[in-house]
Design a protein around this ligand. Sequence first.
Ligand SMILES: Nc1ncnc2c1ncn2[C@@H]1O[C@H](COP(=O)(O)OP(=O)(O)OP(=O)(O)O)[C@@H](O)[C@H]1O
Length: 752
Amino acid sequence: MITSSSIYGLKMQWTPEHTQWAEQHFDISSTTRSPAHKVEAYRGHLQRTYQYAWANDDISALTASNLLKKYAEKYSGILEGPNERALLCAYSDSSSGLVNGRKSENESWQEGIYPMNCAPDVISVSKAGMTAALPPTDVSASIGSSPGVASSLSEPSYSSSNCGSHPATTLHSGLPSQEYTASYNGSYLHSSYSSQSTPALPSPHPSPLQSAGLLQPPPPPPALVPSYNAGSPNLPNYSYPPTGYASQTAVGPGYSPGGAPPPPSAYLPSGIAAPTPIPPSNLPGYTYQSHNHTPITPTPLNGSSSNSLKRKAFYMSGHGDVDSSYGNFNYNQQRSSQSPMYRVADSSVSDSNRGTGFERNSEPSSLAFKPTKQQLASDPQRKFNVHSGRALTPPSYGSTKNSAGDLRTGEPYSKFGSPIMSEQTDEHRQHLSHSLSGPDLGTATSSIHAAEEQLKNSDSNLVEMINTEILQQGSPVDWTDIAGLDMAKSTIKEEILWPILRPDMFSGLSTLPRSLLLFGPQGTGKSLLARCMASQLGAAFLRLSGSALVTKWLGEGGKIIQASFLVARCRQPAVVLISDVDLLLSGQLTEESPINHLKTELLIQLDGILTSAEDHVLVVCSTSKPEEIPETLRRYFTKRLLIPLPDGTARHQIISQLLSQHNYCLSDKEMSLLVQRTEGFSGLDVVQLCQEAVVGSLHGIPGADLPSIHPSQMRPVAYQDFENVFCKFQPSISQKELDVYTEWNKMFGCSQ
Ligand SMILES: Nc1ncnc2c1ncn2[C@@H]1O[C@H](COP(=O)(O)OP(=O)(O)OP(=O)(O)O)[C@@H](O)[C@H]1O
């Protein structure tokens, strides 16, 4: 049949072939056909296409997207007139109508014009090819936002940032509900999808393109989108996934795809910020893919830094599983009031290995404590040992007289006293001896005998080395020998020493402290404190250097650690100091690292100490890198104490004490200036500065005269001597490093 029509004076011949061609090619722009006719033709074509697709059971996401795009383009092309637009809005406003082909309850249909019977087919095909069906609202949104959304779907990677300026927005500008308008902004388009589609369903038919890697898999769902129901713009339809806001933090506040900030959300209650979409970088290629979203797992709290306070609060609140590992460490050991941990070494024990590291009967003169010299001499691995040879007159903390014999009175910091054992200290030790003897002797006997037996079978050379190098024979240290550190000192006294010295008073209240971590900058007195603890307990003092173990003793390190703890058990009560313990316990160690066997041995020994009721051994570990110690190993330390840089008062004490050994001439103002200029110095830095200044005062004396010159003949140390050497000294620690200590202390420290 041949028909002809005349439009605008143009005459056309119409044949069945033309009809077929128009139907096949969706010639909806034809001016010769009614909209209803064109829709019918279009629908027929879609149905054929989809039936074919069903027959093959294979339609990719891309194909489906293209079909949707074409459909939306063609459909919107039909709708040119204002009536059609209004009708389309009615479609959009009633998502259920789109799904089941029924019209909206609020809007009357224009019969026969836009039946949309093909919509279920579209959805079915989408289900087959795109792994998850678009929910009813999706269809509404897709069509409603076309061609913007449709064209976006055809792109392998697209951003919704265009949506806001896209004609689709204009299309819906006349929507009756303001809330609904928000749904057409790209920021929210995906929200309806994620909230309504079946979550986290794996694709039953993965696209071949996906399999081939040409098509990126659908991204995880944005975690911050509220559940959005396009069919009902009312607020009650919104739900807030519990994990959503955590992820929002991870995305970053204020993020908006395309750089634009999220628009104010009309559908959110006032005061609640509009949800932030997932950034495109997180969802490559499928930024706003609306289907098959899986929930985003909330970003776990990182042990590192930004969430540290939260973590500590969590642990401290008692909600964390590892609560007992932090702050309230409890090694489940009931202390017996009958068997206090420490006692004075029994001199009657015949074994040569028994005995403390401190000689109590020494004359005061022989007890003069020369901390720096001994410290530097005892640890050849120390980085500051180059200075040891220069210390012509190591400072003695025992005297308050200067070299000229003048007693310096009126010192504002005169509490920093003598390391020489005073009468009071001797009394204290006698008291210690009394309180730690008696019934306590029996409790450790079996442990001591067992350790002695083991030690007999050990390498005698090794034992000899430990007795000479590890076991410290230095003079005792008193609290007054340590400048400043009041907080650390009182914590150690009250929480470590008192329970050990007077277990009867602490019976049933807590377990005995057996391990302690002192952390802080180098040269701040950690070792000094450990020595002081041993002195106060009348205990033997053994010092293992982590740096020495991993360098010069690496091969024998495991045996040295084991034998050292045996000696400590034999000589108990004992304090074992392990400096630079981070080198032994570092979480950075690879499996092949030879240090690992040292780590294993140390942990075995620590376990033994923590679980033994009889042993009277206190382990003090020190580190300047506490963050290197893995979380799992922190539980080995009952207490973790920050030993900070000396404050002004402490620096004044150290300087005064050092200079008091020499003839010096400094005004109060100069002294204050020195204190000021040593801000940020560690205790060791201050000691070395003073030593250098004292050496400077010797300049000008002929070398030949040096051996015979009397101290009184030397000129006094002056401020200029300090001035001359200041250029050699800088604070050995940066503010950044100090911040790390502060942060770590907040998280895991016991002193705030
Ligand atoms: N608070 C202090 N009071 C008096 N002297 C101090 C103080 N801090 C440090 N010193 C001096 O610095 C020397 C080194 O101190 P110590 O060895 O105790 O530091 P540390 O913190 O253990 O260092 P590292 O972390 O390197 O092992 C001490 O012998 C002492 O002379």
